[in-house]
Design a protein around this ligand. Structure first.
Ligand SMILES: Cc1ncc(COP(=O)(O)O)c(C=O)c1O
Ligand SMILES: [Zn+2]
Length: 439
């Protein structure tokens, strides 16, 4: 048997595999306990490599026994980011681009696992409390699995996230309040109705889905961990599970060592984890005040464990202001061709800040986790973009405008970011020329 049961992360009390998430003795979070001795015997690099191109290639270490609900989640690209690296002065930078999942965020990982588990438990209704990305993912998987679905969101969500969620036809309830208030309401509702709330009563199974981001990173780096991982933190669950994924691969003998410094990134307007880590004090709940909605959790359920992981791994935590988030989104798009939502802007902004502060060293092999797609938060970006030029449909009109545009392009090109990319590129060109001459 691969799965032993549930175990309290605080006091170690054991529980059977049930739709429960909190220890009745100490109120600590419950976690899935695996039979690693058994798994070590069956798992291998080859067995994984021969598996499907989805999170289900890691099925041996996921808490689902029966049929899975799969929209094709996971095995997303790990892209070498030389242009962005040049701008930031980093030697080796990779982007784990999880914005290309079926519903355009990493949440499909946790939802594919938890909705599969909900079916296994025999639930006919699923739901969630969401900061936006979970909403569309749960609604999509519920549609695929023919389950009734109730989604609860704060009423200030980005329009695109609401539209996307509604398209999958769930019951969508917009609550006048922030995420923490929505979450509290859902915890009450979960107690009254026999429904599977993926991030409440199914949380031990749900959170395991995030480990696959850690597994994939290792596999795609050629069975090695990075020196540094910069991860967005809302509840803090994702961060702790990427760390768990790295360590499980080591414990299972698939890699020799884990050398990664785990680094949290949050929006300055909602940074309870980063603030606590940096001050060395306990987490103090905050009221979010930021354009960044995906990570806007003022009272982070896994914050305590996230801080523990940062300390244990020798990592750190940083934050980005709203302005830096917007700049981060634009920087990633124009250097690497990846359009991310605000959570990705937080990651890029935090990376930039920590490199500038010398907290991330330039020669560290760094992976940043881009967990959501830019199409989801167009509303916050729109006012920070130029308006497109409009012309009459004739050649003369185009030529007139082209002259003006050439000037503008030249001005932009030789300032700031582009000039750095250009100077690196021209150095490479010079080297190539020299080599060609020698040859
Ligand atoms: C795009 C995105 N990235 C990261 C996170 C953070 O996840 P966690 O709450 O597990 O820290 C979220 C949470 O909703 C998210 O939507
Ligand atoms: Zn306990």
């Amino acid at each position: 048997m691969r799965i032993i049961g549930l175990k309290c992360r605080n006091c170690g009390k054991k529980y059977p595999i049930d739709p429960i998430s909190i220890c009745e003795d100490c109120f600590g979070p419950l976690e899935v306990e695996y039979n690693y001795e058994y798994i070590r015997e069956i798992i291998s690099r080859k067995r994984i490599a021969d598996g499907p191109h989805s999170i289900w290639r890691y099925r041996d270490i996921l808490p689902v026994n029966e049929k899975v609900v799969d929209l094709g989640t996971g095995f997303t690209p790990l892209q070498k980011a030389d242009n962005l690296a040049a701008v930031l002065g980093l030697k080796e930078l990779y982007i784990k681009n999880d914005s290309v999942n079926p519903t355009f965020s990493f949440k499909d990982r946790v939802v594919s696992v938890s909705i599969s588990k909900a079916l296994e438990f025999g639930f006919d209704t699923v739901g969630c409390a969401s900061t936006g990305n979970l909403a569309s993912s749960v609604a999509a998987h519920a549609a695929k699995a023919n389950l009734a679905c109730y989604i609860f969101i704060p009423d200030d969500l980005n329009l695109a996230k609401i539209v996307q969620t509604l398209a999958y036809n769930p019951n969508l309830i917009s609550v006048k309040g922030n995420y923490d208030e929505v979450n509290r309401l859902c915890t009450e509702i979960a107690g009254y109705y026999n429904w599977a709330f993926v991030n409440i009563n199914l949380r031990p199974y749900y959170s395991e889905g995030s480990k696959t981001l850690g597994y994939e990173t290792i596999e795609q780096l050629g069975w090695e961990t990075p020196d540094r991982a910069v991860i967005p933190a809302g509840s803090g669950s994702l961060l702790t599970k990427i760390w768990k994924g790295y360590n499980e691969f080591k414990d299972l003998g698939l890699i020799d060592e884990v050398k990664t410094k785990i680094t949290a990134s949050q929006s300055k307007g909602c940074s309870p984890i980063t603030s606590a880590y940096r001050s060395g004090e306990e987490i103090t709940p905050v009221r979010p005040d930021t354009i960044e909605k995906s990570l806007a959790i003022g009272s982070p359920a896994d914050g305590y464990y996230a801080i523990k992981v940062m300390k244990e791994s020798g990592g750190t935590a940083g934050a980005a202001t709203d302005r830096e988030i917007i700049d981060g989104i634009k920087l990633l798009a124009k250097t690497e061709g990846i359009f991310t939502e605000t959570a990705g802007g937080v990651v890029v902004g935090t990376l930039k800040n920590l490199v500038e502060q010398g907290e991330i060293e330039k020669d560290e092999r760094t992976v940043i986790y881009i967990t959501g797609n830019g199409l989801k938060t167009q509303d916050v970006l729109m006012e920070h973009l130029p308006t497109p030029v409009k012309i009459k449909p004739d050649l003369k009109a185009f030529e007139d405008i082209l002259k003006k545009m050439d000037k503008k392009i030249d001005a932009d090109t030789y300032s700031g970011v582009e000039s750095k990319v250009r100077s690196v590129r021209s150095k490479i060109d010079e080297q190539i020329e020299e080599q060609t001459e020698v040859a």
